[in-house]
Write a protein that binds this ligand. Structure first.
Ligand code: GLA
Length: 728
């Protein structure tokens, strides 16, 4: 039997969406003649864990297909065909009729060890004269797959295709700003054979979409000799829209330049309070809070009616102490510098709830990955203060995986590795600055990075965290998957709840508030029971990475409909921020998101009332990223005390509108263009869907400026956003 294919067009075999599958690792499954009687049909557009394949490490797929000779006939490139497999979680080897044609990631048995590469798009080329291809006959494509971490297996919504590229498909356009401030545009070609065509360059105003100038250039480009047009002068706040048209086929490749443009106006030199004016703490728990006030330093902080039991550090605005009795305590805080004074009425709510607004801070994972050290944590925490992020409410400093020693202490308590000389000292220092201290563990025996988890030591670990002054625990499923796979009730939600409930109870027993962050990638609809296990937030998806594809899938696709589950004290977490210098290793790079995509990212996370944990090295922050993270009006949406998460009110092709009500009676509205072309959108066209009859005021939150209430036609660049606050 076979899972075959039909010929769609001469240049492509139509997408294959299912395959034969069986669990277990056996290299014989690569052979064309393998006996497939033990295999069953599986969907390859969805991970195998969505299809009742749980706790499986190795699995094999086999696809039978006919590869017609007509596929390559008359093409620019008749000399190879390309297998497009999409994503495979986590590692794969692909065999065509028994011959290895491609591999991505590292299998546990490989020299370099296990290396997950689930996010890489698999495209494997095979030469047309390769004897492995059986033209016009049956071929077997066998995929050996290793899953280090659920979900597992092949999951490409588009299915598997085989294509023969055209020359124009090898063309890409890049651009960059030179030292002289002028732009250079390059037409690249992946192939040696030159492509000839016309490059059109339009300079466009980023706010209005108006075309400021237009030029065309005849260009020829090959792999060794790209086509270059340089010395293009541009005005501030503009970008270049680029189009290359192939002379032979008339086909286009489009792109645009991505200059970093700062929208947030500079903060005043006089003091300005930037954070929500409430804070939740449990009776008797230590208070660690820092008033977020921007403005020139030095600055002094004071209060004449501070509740008894609390003190405020006049130099850095750190509030400390504790309050034993339940209730609301309201007082006024004053911040003064050479340029003036500002006051804020502030309420501490002593009760059961903490995290009345989503947590803001930093986590080590998206930058350092497993190479985090105490020094690196300290340098980011210091930068959080020095570069003014703490003045905007960023206060958690969280160590992710890789702080644990290989073995526990003889008494069973968890030990730190040599990279972390003293957790207690680090915690004390952070608390002295009014910041909070976070850590990471797993309910399993091992974490995702194969460090020690908390299994069978949960209470001991909660007590150790208390002794170190921990304020936040990220608790990551990972190693627990092995134990879970053997549990008789593993198909039932209770089996997912159990390990999280256990740690939740132990954290609550500690005489301090520990923000409880669940990380299990959204399994078993965690949003429906996260609050029940006393969690303050829960990851709703797998890991994010710094690409539009990842941002789009996690931020837009996977958050719609989750709004009812968030509220003060318990938040949906679509994962950490991917702006600034990231890299998950020793090697950091600038986020691969374009500036427009980064504005979209922060606006969306604000609308989603998401945890705002910065994932980059703060000691290397540039002005663009600081301004992105420190727009007080944008952050105020995220921190709004009503705590109502935005939902997707409009889904109209590439235009999505997400909105949320705010505590002052106004509404935050994000109009997103997720498509590849720039668009003009008139908000008035969607008034009915948004329940708007008339606008009293409209404010552009990124630019912090009031807009007309009658002209609601906005230019929204590809992957960009118009982020508004309106009153009705
Ligand atoms: C998982 C989590 C990440 C990170 C790593 C650490 O992948 O989802 O956020 O904590 O583990 O190993």
């Amino acid at each position: 039997m076979g899972v075959g294919s039909v010929l769609a067009s001469p240049a492509q075999i139509s997408p294959i969406k299912s395959a034969l599958f069986s669990e277990g690792d056996d290299m014989k499954k690569a052979a064309p003649a393998y006996n497939e009687s033990g295999m069953r049909i599986i969907d390859i557009t969805r991970p195998w864990s969505d299809q009742n394949v749980n706790g499986v490490d190795y699995g094999w797929y086999r696809i039978h297909l006919n590869i017609p000779k007509s596929l390559v006939k008359g093409k620019d490139f008749a000399d190879f065909i390309q297998f497009n497999l999409g994503h495979i979680d986590d590692v794969d080897e692909v065999y065509l009729n028994g011959k290895l044609i491609g591999k991505t990631g590292g299998m546990p048995g490989d020299a370099g060890g296990y290396q997950s590469k689930w996010s890489v798009n698999r495209q494997y080329a095979v030469k047309s004269n390769d004897k492995a291809i059986n033209w016009d006959g049956d071929n077997v494509l066998a995929v050996r797959c290793y899953n280090g971490n659920d979900p597992g297996g092949m999951f490409n919504a588009q299915g598997v295709t085989i294509t023969v590229p055209e020359l124009i498909e090898g063309v890409s356009i890049t651009s960059g700003t030179g030292k002289n401030g002028k732009e250079t545009v390059t037409v690249n070609n992946r192939y040696d054979k030159a492509v000839k065509g016309t490059l059109s360059i339009e300079e466009v105003d980023n706010e209005t979409g108006k075309v400021l100038s237009q030029t065309t250039h005849k260009v020829s480009a090959s792999a060794s000799k790209p086509g270059v047009v340089s010395n293009l002068a541009t005005s501030p706040g503009s970008f270049l829209r680029l189009k290359f048209t192939d002379d032979r086929t008339g086909k286009d490749v489009i792109a645009r330049s991505h200059p970093k443009f700062i929208l947030t106006p500079a903060a005043p030199a006089a003091p300005r309070f930037n954070t929500a004016a409430i804070y939740g703490v449990r009776p008797g728990s230590p208070v660690h809070y820092r008033f977020g006030v921007s403005g020139e330093r030095p600055m002094t902080f004071s209060s004449t009616n501070l509740p008894e039991g609390l003190t405020i550090n006049p130099e850095n605005g750190a509030l400390s102490g504790s309050l034993a009795k339940r209730g609301d305590y309201t007082f006024t805080v004053k911040a003064t510098n050479a340029k003036g004074t500002a006051e804020q009425k502030f309420t501490i709510k002593v009760g059961d709830k903490i995290a009345l607004t989503p947590p803001m801070g930093w986590n080590s994972w998206n930058c350092w990955g497993l190479s985090v050290t105490q020094d690196r944590v300290v340098s980011s925490a210091q930068a959080l203060i020095d570069k003014g992020l703490a003045d905007y409410g960023y206060s958690y400093v969280n160590i992710d995986d890789a702080w644990e020693a290989p073995e526990r202490n003889p008494d069973g308590t968890i030990a730190v590795n040599e990279k972390f000389p003293s957790m207690k000292e680090l915690g004390d220092w952070l608390h002295g600055e009014g910041l909070k201290f976070g850590i990471y563990s797993s309910p399993g025996d091992l974490t995702c990075g194969c460090y020690l988890g908390s299994l069978d030591h949960e209470l001991q670990d909660a007590e150790t965290y208390n002794s170190w002054g921990i304020d936040y625990l990220k608790y990551d499923w990972c190693g627990y998957g092995k134990k879970h796979a053997l549990e008789p009730d593993r198909q039932v939600t209770s089996s997912y709840i159990r390990p999280y409930m256990l740690m939740g109870e132990y954290l609550r027993r500690q005489p301090r508030d520990i923000f409880y962050s669940l990380c299990q990638y959204g399994m078993a609809d965690v949003w429906k029971w996260g609050e029940m296990v006393d969690a303050n937030s829960w990851r709703t998806t797998g890991d994010i990475t710094d690409t539009w594809e990842s941002l789009y899938d996690i931020g837009f696709n996977r958050q719609a409909g989750l709004a009812p589950y968030a509220g003060p004290g318990h938040w949906n977490d679509p994962d950490m921020l991917i702006v600034g210098k990231v890299g998950w290793s020793d090697n950091l790079r600038d986020s691969r998101l374009t500036p427009d995509e980064q504005y979209t990212h922060i606006a969306l996370w604000s609308l989603l009332a998401s945890d705002m944990l910065i994932g980059c090295d703060l000691s290397q922050l540039d002005d663009f990223t600081i301004n992105l993270l420190c727009n007080n009006e944008v952050n105020a949406v995220n921190q709004d005390i009503l705590g109502i998460q935005a939902d997707r009110d409009v889904l109209d092709g590439d235009i999505q509108i997400w909105s949320r009500p705010l505590s002052d009676g106004s509404r935050a509205i994000g109009i997103f263009n997720v498509g590849t072309t720039d668009r003009n959108v008139n908000l008035a066209d969607y008034f009915k869907q948004l329940g708007i009859t008339k606008l009293q005021s409209v404010r552009d939150l990124w630019r912090q400026k009031d807009l007309s209430t009658s002209d609601t036609d906005y230019f929204i660049p590809s992957h960009g956003v118009k982020f508004l606050k309106v009153s009705l």
